[in-house]
Design a protein around this ligand. Sequence first.
Ligand code: HEM
Length: 470
Amino acid sequence: RRKRDGKRYPPGPSPLPLLGVAHLMGGTTPWAVFTNWKAEYGDIVYFRQFGQDVVVLNSEETIRDLLEKRSSNYSDRMYMSTREPYGLNFDTVFHPHNETWRAHRRIAHQGLREHHVDIYQPTQLRFTDALVKNLETSPDHYHSHFQRFAASVVLSAIYDHDVVDDDDPILKAVVEALNILVRVQTLDNTILNNVVPFLKYTPTWLPGGWRNVTEGRLKTERMLNLPIEDLKKKIASGSAGQSVALESMERFGNTNKVPGFEEVVKGACCSLYAAASETTSSTLMIFLLAMVKNPGVQQRAQEEIDRVLGPDRLPEFSDRSSLPYIEAVWRETLRWSPVAPLGIPHSATNDDVYKGWCIPKGTIVIANVWSISQDPKKYSSPTSFQPERFLDDKGGLTDDLPAYAFGFGRRICPGRHFANNSLWIVIARLLANFKFESDFVRSGGDVKWLTAATFVPEPFPCRITPRRSH
Ligand code: HEM
């Protein structure tokens, strides 16, 4: 047990001078390293990296004790020297725990709360149909079709903007900005930038030129402004349909309670898009990988759809409760490989003591979701994709919801109900419409994984063939 300044800190690895614990991180999968540390150090692990205190929580109990039961102290985010220069102060995801963040959460909650979010089901269905058509026409481009689905469905719900094609100026603006910002805001890069701030001036033509701050800021501003300007034109012409942005502009505009409400709405809505697009398309990549690796699961899911709906009818939202196996496939997709295995780190507002250990003010607190989703005590053979684990003896659903994939406490993902609807309908309709196969994956081909905004498989060779005639 370590002591510093007479205080006891949780157990953990000893850092090396300069390197910290970087040499122990196991490349791109720190969550697996943290999970292994559980055996050595326990449910709560402490280390220092470049002078920054970090605590990793390796069990659902410790996560809920701190991030939920003591949420007033554990709902902040770490200081990021990149926020201001890159124009990222608007962003909900990394926003400090303050009044503006609360206004963002109100906007997100009002627009995307459970059941209310069902008003977007027709939009989700429409873009699912477009995805099915795109997969029929060019199945090899499945990855860009998934990205297009994720972007379209959320741009439509948030701004009432319909993406027409890949040259859509709003789509281009947000994709270009996010390509940079996602890399700028990774935990590694944030800590590096906090220590070496001049890195952000790297000229665009040098390696690492993506860090260039002038370029980054311009792109952020376009991403923030274009969709809301477009919406304002629609409002002026009376053609604006239902959207989260419109709802909140009207509400805040009418009550006028929030000073500078337009900036707040702009920031909150842009953050929703940024947080939604990559997580949604990455989850579809995980689903696809699970299906090609597990043809038996795929077949059982398709048999359920055919048995319940008959050979001609496609799943509708209203069929959800009649398709427990499909529901179990969706839950297992979230559990098997969470797209954010470490969630998004929280930060401690004040000094705290937990189980006798000191957690200093400013500590980065990481909820290791991987340690829950891969816990062999909770899930037998956790690396296997087994939707049955969410079913009881009678084939009904258990109470186990892998809600941990959406984070914890006051910071819990406000888009989870929207994501739940989007992804359920896509999973159900893709299984109804297509057979997914991959000789590459089945013969043990090496699927590469990317870690940036999400942990996601890179596109792999896959055959997607229709299984129904229309
Ligand atoms: C499968 C899809 C998704 C997953 C797995 C996911 C997961 C997460 C996680 C783990 C967090 C961090 C929570 C924490 O700090 O404890 C988060 C935050 C957030 N998510 Fe999601 N998300 C998904 C989809 C969406 C969608 C569709 C939206 C919007 C429509 C969205 C909007 C947000 C926002 C705005 C935050 C920041 C919340 C804050 O810091 O207060 N997410 N999400």
